[in-house]
Design a protein around this ligand. Structure first.
Ligand code: SAM
Length: 282
């Protein structure tokens, strides 16, 4: 008789079973819990990791994962997808400016959380927006990610010039009020964020699967992260955001992500359906 884990209802190949064992080992040994991630992309990343690191057999990787914390950290970095941009999906920032910021102005201070901030472009985009809206002095931005390596790059805030044109275009389309050059120094095939943008910004490691909520946020952005999670995990993380939001606080998801996954969706109103901006109403 075949026995399958209840959460996995598709037929499993031998490789799929080996991947399940790797995920279990990562969790049991180091507490990194990828078991709730969507399988198709996770399996592709495991296959790529095996080939890049020249492992012929999954069991060899599994042995190293169990015995070496360094390997487990490296593997974790291989499992996360960190693609991002300044002012990514610029219409989202327009909606923030026009439909969220006017309401947030009434608060004497603002707490904003970027969950899954990757290399920091999204958090710096927010910092620019707050400056332009005259709110930066009363705001704290918490920028978190599971991957410590991308967080370190976020803290440094230096990006390759090949991202520059897209950044400028996005900034304009997102309702930018001056020129992106006003917030960056350019040179040596890089651009660097002005230190003033880092004021009131806290970069810290936080795992959405295993860590607790942050309290009383006025705005939470978690964009293009839930898409990598299975339904049950999306539900858990959306409940975590609900618990972390002040009443009247706002939540921004990625344009392919939905709040409908969670029972807490009854406690939100939709501010803008296309850009997935919601407000906690209960
Ligand atoms: C595709 S990036 C999105 C970056 C940015 N939010 C954006 O939309 O451009 C996804 C990020 O989620 C992070 N991530 C994945 N699993 C996570 C978890 N369990 N807790 C916190 N961050 C996680 C990854 O490390 C990665 O940096």
């Amino acid at each position: 008789m075949k026995v399958r884990p209840p959460a996995l209802d598709e037929p499993l190949s031998e490789f799929d079973v080996e991947v399940e064992c790797l995920l279990q080992a990562m969790f049991l040994r180091w507490g990194f819990d990828f078991r709730g991630y969507a399988r198709a992309s996770l399996r592709r990343r495991v296959a790529r990791y095996l080939s890049e690191e020249r492992f012929d057999r999954v069991c060899d990787l599994q042995h190293e994962l169990i015995h070496s914390e360094q390997r487990s950290q490296h593997f974790l970095r291989g499992l996360t997808i960190n693609v991002t941009d300044m002012f990514r999906d610029p219409v989202f920032y327009k909606v923030l400016r026009e439909q969220v910021i006017p309401d947030l102005r009434s608060h004497p201070f603002l707490k904003i959380w970027h969950a899954g901030c990757s290399t920091g472009e999204e958090a710096y985009s927010m910092s620019i927006l707050l400056q332009e809206e005259g709110l930066s002095d009363r705001a704290v931005i918490y920028a978190t990610d599971i991957n410590s390596q991308v967080l370190e790059r976020a803290r440094i805030g230096i990006y390759h010039e090949k991202q520059w044109l897209v950044a400028c275009e996005n900034y304009r389309e997102g309702g930018g009020k001056t020129r992106l050059e006003d917030y960056m120094s350019l040179g040596y095939e890089r651009f660097m964020v002005d230190p003033v943008l880092k004021k009131n910004m806290v970069f810290t490691r936080h795992d959405l699967v295993t860590d607790q909520s942050f309290g009383e946020m006025h705005l939470i952005l978690c964009r293009n992260v839930l898409i990598y999670f299975r339904h049950e995990l999306q539900e858990r993380v959306l409940t975590l955001f609900y618990d972390s939001l002040d009443l009247g606080g706002y939540l921004g998801l990625g344009i392919k992500e939905s709040l409908r996954a969670a029972p807490v969706h009854h406690n939100f109103r939709t501010v803008d359906a296309a850009t997935r901006v919601f407000q906690r109403t209960h």
